[in-house]
Write a protein that binds this ligand. Sequence first.
Ligand SMILES: Nc1ncnc2c1ncn2[C@@H]1O[C@H](COP(=O)(O)OP(=O)(O)OP(=O)(O)O)[C@@H](O)[C@H]1O
Ligand SMILES: [Mg+2]
Length: 259
Amino acid sequence: MAGSVLEIKDLHVSIEDKEILKGVNLTIKSGEFHAVMGPNGTGKSTLASAIMGHPKYEVTGGSITLDGEDVLEMEVDERARAGLFLAMQYPSEISGVTNADFLRSSINARREEGDEISLMKFIKEMDEAMDFLEMDKNMAQRYLNEGFSGGEKKRNEILQLLMMKAEIGILDEIDSGLDIDALKVVAKGINKLRDENFGCLIITHYQRLLNYIEPDFVHVMMQGRVVKSGGSELSQRLEAEGYDWIKKELNIEDETINA
Ligand SMILES: Nc1ncnc2c1ncn2[C@@H]1O[C@H](COP(=O)(O)OP(=O)(O)OP(=O)(O)O)[C@@H](O)[C@H]1O
Ligand SMILES: [Mg+2]
Protein backbone atom coordinates (compact mmCIF):
# COMPACT_ATOMS: atom_id res chain seq x y z
CA MET A 1 0.00 0.00 0.00
CA ALA A 2 2.90 2.38 0.64
CA GLY A 3 4.01 4.71 -2.08
CA SER A 4 0.87 6.09 -3.69
CA VAL A 5 1.26 8.97 -6.09
CA LEU A 6 -1.43 11.23 -7.48
CA GLU A 7 -0.24 12.99 -10.62
CA ILE A 8 -2.13 15.88 -12.16
CA LYS A 9 -0.76 16.98 -15.50
CA ASP A 10 -1.82 19.98 -17.57
CA LEU A 11 -5.38 19.65 -16.28
CA HIS A 12 -8.01 21.73 -18.04
CA VAL A 13 -11.53 21.85 -16.60
CA SER A 14 -14.60 23.74 -17.75
CA ILE A 15 -17.91 24.46 -16.11
CA GLU A 16 -20.74 25.16 -18.47
CA ASP A 17 -18.25 25.85 -21.27
CA LYS A 18 -16.26 28.32 -19.21
CA GLU A 19 -12.67 27.22 -18.72
CA ILE A 20 -11.79 27.37 -15.01
CA LEU A 21 -8.63 25.26 -14.79
CA LYS A 22 -6.13 26.18 -17.48
CA GLY A 23 -3.36 23.65 -17.11
CA VAL A 24 -2.80 22.55 -13.52
CA ASN A 25 0.30 20.51 -12.72
CA LEU A 26 0.66 18.94 -9.27
CA THR A 27 2.12 15.72 -7.91
CA ILE A 28 1.23 14.44 -4.45
CA LYS A 29 3.03 11.44 -3.06
CA SER A 30 2.09 9.56 0.07
CA GLY A 31 4.06 10.88 2.98
CA GLU A 32 3.77 14.46 1.69
CA PHE A 33 1.54 17.30 2.88
CA HIS A 34 0.81 19.94 0.25
CA ALA A 35 -1.00 23.20 0.91
CA VAL A 36 -2.81 25.02 -1.89
CA MET A 37 -3.60 28.69 -1.39
CA GLY A 38 -4.91 31.35 -3.71
CA PRO A 39 -7.43 34.16 -4.08
CA ASN A 40 -11.17 33.41 -4.15
CA GLY A 41 -12.52 32.00 -7.37
CA THR A 42 -9.18 30.82 -8.79
CA GLY A 43 -10.26 27.20 -9.15
CA LYS A 44 -9.11 25.46 -5.95
CA SER A 45 -12.45 23.78 -5.23
CA THR A 46 -12.84 23.08 -8.94
CA LEU A 47 -9.57 21.15 -8.79
CA ALA A 48 -10.82 19.15 -5.80
CA SER A 49 -14.14 18.40 -7.50
CA ALA A 50 -12.47 17.39 -10.77
CA ILE A 51 -10.18 14.95 -8.93
CA MET A 52 -13.20 13.32 -7.33
CA GLY A 53 -15.24 13.26 -10.54
CA HIS A 54 -18.05 15.71 -9.86
CA PRO A 55 -20.21 15.48 -13.01
CA LYS A 56 -20.53 19.24 -13.42
CA TYR A 57 -16.82 19.68 -14.00
CA GLU A 58 -15.83 18.72 -17.51
CA VAL A 59 -12.22 17.74 -18.02
CA THR A 60 -11.25 19.07 -21.42
CA GLY A 61 -7.56 18.26 -21.35
CA GLY A 62 -4.69 16.80 -19.36
CA SER A 63 -4.58 13.81 -17.05
CA ILE A 64 -5.01 12.63 -13.47
CA THR A 65 -3.45 9.33 -12.49
CA LEU A 66 -3.18 7.45 -9.21
CA ASP A 67 -0.23 5.06 -9.22
CA GLY A 68 -0.31 5.22 -12.99
CA GLU A 69 -4.02 4.35 -13.24
CA ASP A 70 -6.24 6.78 -15.11
CA VAL A 71 -8.46 8.40 -12.48
CA LEU A 72 -10.52 10.18 -15.12
CA GLU A 73 -11.69 6.80 -16.42
CA MET A 74 -12.95 5.80 -12.95
CA GLU A 75 -16.50 6.27 -11.69
CA VAL A 76 -16.85 8.44 -8.58
CA ASP A 77 -17.15 5.46 -6.22
CA GLU A 78 -14.17 3.78 -7.85
CA ARG A 79 -12.08 6.85 -7.08
CA ALA A 80 -12.96 6.54 -3.40
CA ARG A 81 -12.24 2.82 -3.52
CA ALA A 82 -8.89 3.53 -5.11
CA GLY A 83 -7.98 5.52 -1.98
CA LEU A 84 -8.91 9.11 -2.76
CA PHE A 85 -10.82 11.07 -0.14
CA LEU A 86 -12.36 14.52 -0.49
CA ALA A 87 -13.47 16.69 2.39
CA MET A 88 -15.64 19.24 0.64
CA GLN A 89 -15.69 22.97 1.32
CA TYR A 90 -19.44 22.64 1.84
CA PRO A 91 -20.21 19.07 2.99
CA SER A 92 -23.62 17.85 1.86
CA GLU A 93 -26.40 16.78 4.17
CA ILE A 94 -28.00 13.37 3.68
CA SER A 95 -31.29 13.04 5.43
CA GLY A 96 -32.32 9.53 6.49
CA VAL A 97 -28.77 8.14 6.61
CA THR A 98 -27.09 8.18 9.98
CA ASN A 99 -23.51 9.27 10.29
CA ALA A 100 -22.54 5.82 11.59
CA ASP A 101 -24.28 3.97 8.73
CA PHE A 102 -22.70 6.24 6.18
CA LEU A 103 -19.25 5.70 7.67
CA ARG A 104 -19.65 1.95 7.87
CA SER A 105 -20.85 1.58 4.30
CA SER A 106 -18.08 3.88 3.07
CA ILE A 107 -15.49 1.76 4.86
CA ASN A 108 -16.99 -1.44 3.49
CA ALA A 109 -17.09 -0.03 -0.02
CA ARG A 110 -13.29 0.01 0.14
CA ARG A 111 -13.06 -3.62 1.29
CA GLU A 112 -13.53 -6.84 -0.63
CA GLU A 113 -16.89 -8.58 -0.51
CA GLY A 114 -16.90 -11.02 2.38
CA ASP A 115 -14.27 -8.96 4.21
CA GLU A 116 -16.62 -6.30 5.61
CA ILE A 117 -15.69 -4.72 8.93
CA SER A 118 -17.53 -6.39 11.82
CA LEU A 119 -20.05 -4.25 13.66
CA MET A 120 -18.09 -4.66 16.90
CA LYS A 121 -14.82 -3.58 15.35
CA PHE A 122 -16.50 -0.69 13.58
CA ILE A 123 -18.12 0.61 16.76
CA LYS A 124 -14.86 0.31 18.65
CA GLU A 125 -12.93 2.20 15.95
CA MET A 126 -15.60 4.87 15.66
CA ASP A 127 -15.69 5.33 19.44
CA GLU A 128 -11.93 5.72 19.56
CA ALA A 129 -11.88 8.17 16.66
CA MET A 130 -14.71 10.21 18.15
CA ASP A 131 -12.90 10.33 21.50
CA PHE A 132 -9.74 11.42 19.75
CA LEU A 133 -11.61 14.21 17.95
CA GLU A 134 -13.48 15.14 21.14
CA MET A 135 -16.83 14.59 19.44
CA ASP A 136 -20.17 14.11 21.12
CA LYS A 137 -21.13 10.43 20.68
CA ASN A 138 -24.67 11.45 19.75
CA MET A 139 -23.26 12.68 16.44
CA ALA A 140 -22.94 9.05 15.31
CA GLN A 141 -26.68 8.52 15.27
CA ARG A 142 -27.65 11.82 13.71
CA TYR A 143 -28.38 12.07 9.98
CA LEU A 144 -25.25 12.87 8.02
CA ASN A 145 -24.45 16.56 8.40
CA GLU A 146 -28.12 17.42 8.88
CA GLY A 147 -28.31 20.37 11.23
CA PHE A 148 -24.59 20.04 12.02
CA SER A 149 -22.99 23.38 12.74
CA GLY A 150 -20.31 24.52 10.30
CA GLY A 151 -17.54 23.42 12.65
CA GLU A 152 -19.25 20.09 13.45
CA LYS A 153 -19.38 19.29 9.73
CA LYS A 154 -15.66 19.92 9.39
CA ARG A 155 -14.81 17.80 12.41
CA ASN A 156 -17.03 15.08 11.00
CA GLU A 157 -15.10 15.16 7.70
CA ILE A 158 -11.96 14.43 9.71
CA LEU A 159 -13.73 11.56 11.47
CA GLN A 160 -14.44 10.09 8.02
CA LEU A 161 -10.87 10.72 6.94
CA LEU A 162 -9.47 8.95 10.02
CA MET A 163 -11.71 5.93 9.57
CA MET A 164 -11.60 5.56 5.79
CA LYS A 165 -7.87 4.89 5.62
CA ALA A 166 -7.54 6.86 2.40
CA GLU A 167 -4.18 7.06 0.69
CA ILE A 168 -4.60 10.58 -0.64
CA GLY A 169 -6.80 13.15 1.12
CA ILE A 170 -8.00 16.38 -0.43
CA LEU A 171 -9.17 18.76 2.24
CA ASP A 172 -10.97 21.82 0.95
CA GLU A 173 -11.03 24.60 3.56
CA ILE A 174 -11.21 22.11 6.38
CA ASP A 175 -10.36 25.01 8.71
CA SER A 176 -13.20 27.32 7.70
CA GLY A 177 -15.65 28.08 10.45
CA LEU A 178 -13.69 26.31 13.16
CA ASP A 179 -13.31 27.84 16.58
CA ILE A 180 -9.79 28.05 18.01
CA ASP A 181 -10.01 24.78 19.93
CA ALA A 182 -11.69 22.93 17.06
CA LEU A 183 -8.93 24.07 14.72
CA LYS A 184 -6.41 22.35 16.97
CA VAL A 185 -8.50 19.18 17.11
CA VAL A 186 -8.87 19.05 13.33
CA ALA A 187 -5.13 19.60 12.92
CA LYS A 188 -4.47 16.83 15.46
CA GLY A 189 -6.66 14.51 13.37
CA ILE A 190 -4.78 15.28 10.17
CA ASN A 191 -1.39 14.98 11.84
CA LYS A 192 -2.36 11.57 13.21
CA LEU A 193 -2.37 10.34 9.62
CA ARG A 194 1.06 11.68 8.87
CA ASP A 195 3.05 8.68 7.76
CA GLU A 196 4.47 7.15 4.61
CA ASN A 197 1.07 5.72 3.64
CA PHE A 198 -0.82 8.98 3.49
CA GLY A 199 -0.47 12.13 1.43
CA CYS A 200 -2.72 15.14 1.37
CA LEU A 201 -3.63 18.33 -0.38
CA ILE A 202 -4.83 20.98 2.03
CA ILE A 203 -6.68 23.89 0.46
CA THR A 204 -6.67 26.81 2.84
CA HIS A 205 -6.70 30.59 2.97
CA TYR A 206 -4.87 31.00 6.24
CA GLN A 207 -1.56 30.33 7.87
CA ARG A 208 -3.32 29.52 11.15
CA LEU A 209 -3.99 25.91 10.08
CA LEU A 210 -0.50 25.56 8.65
CA ASN A 211 0.94 26.57 12.02
CA TYR A 212 -0.33 23.23 13.29
CA ILE A 213 0.06 21.13 10.15
CA GLU A 214 3.41 21.93 8.66
CA PRO A 215 3.16 21.48 4.91
CA ASP A 216 6.13 20.12 2.98
CA PHE A 217 5.08 22.13 -0.06
CA VAL A 218 2.98 25.24 -0.56
CA HIS A 219 1.42 26.05 -3.93
CA VAL A 220 -0.32 29.20 -5.07
CA MET A 221 -3.18 28.97 -7.54
CA MET A 222 -4.17 31.95 -9.62
CA GLN A 223 -6.48 32.12 -12.59
CA GLY A 224 -6.73 28.39 -12.98
CA ARG A 225 -3.07 27.48 -12.70
CA VAL A 226 -0.47 26.71 -10.06
CA VAL A 227 1.70 29.78 -10.52
CA LYS A 228 4.18 29.35 -7.68
CA SER A 229 5.38 26.58 -5.39
CA GLY A 230 7.67 26.63 -2.41
CA GLY A 231 8.01 25.59 1.21
CA SER A 232 6.28 26.88 4.30
CA GLU A 233 8.07 30.25 3.96
CA LEU A 234 5.73 30.91 1.02
CA SER A 235 2.54 30.66 3.07
CA GLN A 236 4.10 32.83 5.75
CA ARG A 237 4.89 35.53 3.22
CA LEU A 238 1.34 35.33 1.81
CA GLU A 239 -0.10 35.75 5.27
CA ALA A 240 2.03 38.85 5.79
CA GLU A 241 1.81 40.42 2.35
CA GLY A 242 -1.17 39.02 0.44
CA TYR A 243 -1.00 38.09 -3.24
CA ASP A 244 -0.03 41.34 -4.96
CA TRP A 245 3.70 40.65 -4.90
CA ILE A 246 3.19 37.36 -6.75
CA LYS A 247 1.12 39.09 -9.40
CA LYS A 248 3.87 41.68 -9.84
CA GLU A 249 6.63 39.10 -9.85
CA LEU A 250 4.90 36.97 -12.46
CA ASN A 251 3.28 39.79 -14.41
CA ILE A 252 -0.23 38.49 -13.77
CA GLU A 253 -2.91 41.00 -14.65
CA ASP A 254 -6.09 41.21 -12.59
CA GLU A 255 -8.97 39.41 -14.26
CA THR A 256 -12.03 41.50 -14.93
CA ILE A 257 -14.98 40.23 -12.95
CA ASN A 258 -17.36 38.09 -15.01
CA ALA A 259 -15.06 38.17 -18.03
N1 LIG B 1 -21.00 24.77 -10.38
C1 LIG B 1 -20.57 25.92 -10.89
N2 LIG B 1 -21.31 26.64 -11.76
C2 LIG B 1 -20.86 27.81 -12.27
N3 LIG B 1 -19.66 28.34 -11.97
C3 LIG B 1 -18.89 27.68 -11.12
C4 LIG B 1 -19.30 26.45 -10.51
N4 LIG B 1 -18.32 26.01 -9.70
C5 LIG B 1 -17.34 26.95 -9.78
N5 LIG B 1 -17.68 27.94 -10.62
C6 LIG B 1 -16.87 29.13 -10.93
O1 LIG B 1 -15.54 28.70 -11.14
C7 LIG B 1 -14.63 29.63 -10.57
C8 LIG B 1 -13.71 28.89 -9.62
O2 LIG B 1 -14.47 28.46 -8.49
P1 LIG B 1 -13.85 27.63 -7.29
O3 LIG B 1 -14.96 27.24 -6.39
O4 LIG B 1 -13.02 26.54 -7.85
O5 LIG B 1 -12.91 28.72 -6.62
P2 LIG B 1 -12.03 28.61 -5.30
O6 LIG B 1 -10.62 28.89 -5.72
O7 LIG B 1 -12.31 27.37 -4.58
O8 LIG B 1 -12.55 29.88 -4.47
P3 LIG B 1 -12.78 30.07 -2.86
O9 LIG B 1 -11.45 30.43 -2.32
O10 LIG B 1 -13.72 31.25 -2.81
O11 LIG B 1 -13.36 28.83 -2.31
C9 LIG B 1 -15.48 30.71 -9.92
O12 LIG B 1 -15.54 31.81 -10.80
C10 LIG B 1 -16.83 30.08 -9.75
O13 LIG B 1 -17.88 31.01 -9.82
MG1 LIG C 1 -13.21 26.89 -2.82
